[in-house]
Design a protein. Sequence first.
Length: 337
Amino acid sequence: MKSAENYLEIHKDQIIIDGTCPLGQLEEYLYSWHRGGVTVMTPTVATNENAHETIYKLGTWLKRLNVQESKLMHIQTVDDIYEAKRTNKLGILFHFQNSLPIERNINLLAVYQKLGVRVIQLTYNQKNHIGDGCDERTDGGLSEFGIEVIKEMNRLGIVVDVSHTGYRTTLEAIELSEKPVIASHSNVYSICPVARNLKDEQIIAIAKKGGVIGINGFPGFVSNKDKPSLDNYIDHIDYIVNLVGIDHVAISLDFYEGMSSITSDTEANLMYKQQILDGRWKKETYPKPPWNYPQGLSLPEEFPNLTKALLERGYSQHDIKLIMGANFIRVFKNVWG
């Protein structure tokens, strides 16, 4: 194992994938990931948008990729990931944080796949056409439509994402899917018991299917502290490694525009009140601002600190490569073909 003193060299050598990047929707922050040594970031292209609104947003992204092709690369295959690393471009992987853009038209999945969408989350906290979210009163599992959607996602090569998804819906989706399933940005319930985090049975099921859990930096899902530490964040990685092995954990910081490193408390409180009012968040699950991300990992530029901290925790260079990107690549290779 190399010394933590060489962490910058090790960090630079890796393919790094941040599995959930809502902040990346704001172009002024887009290159923060590149400055942090990240190879691929996954902007939240759509959440609650309908098909018309989603197509509009995808069109905006496709134009941006074309105009900035010397700096950005649209990630649609695993080879694209390697090419982004080789050419020092920032890879952009399209991610939906809900299945509402599908509406009730399963044929839209093929349209989104053609436009480059490669990961779709089934729900966002609430019940939708697919099934129940993690903050629903009920725990009803997959709908008939949801069953057909997962089958079609498997056929098209779109990764099934069960973050924000209800307990029963998650387990049914994993069992039904013929391909590995991910929880793109979810933490460990046993460490931080909130509805957004995964219970052991869910973690084990994802691992048995060959999937991956991306560890989230949102403070309310890391610990009950107002200012969680980088060690608190890595505790979630340790837990999953000890429970199911090194092959099933990844990184998904979930940096977003409400975090304290870029937004005032006043602005963050307005965002919070709106999310509660809209019913998208529950007070029991989402703490009030300020949202202080783990110390030393509060902006995408600070990604090298994570490599250093993992080395100091005792992870080998090989293990860190798995956590930082290779585990996601294995799943993508399986699902995308």
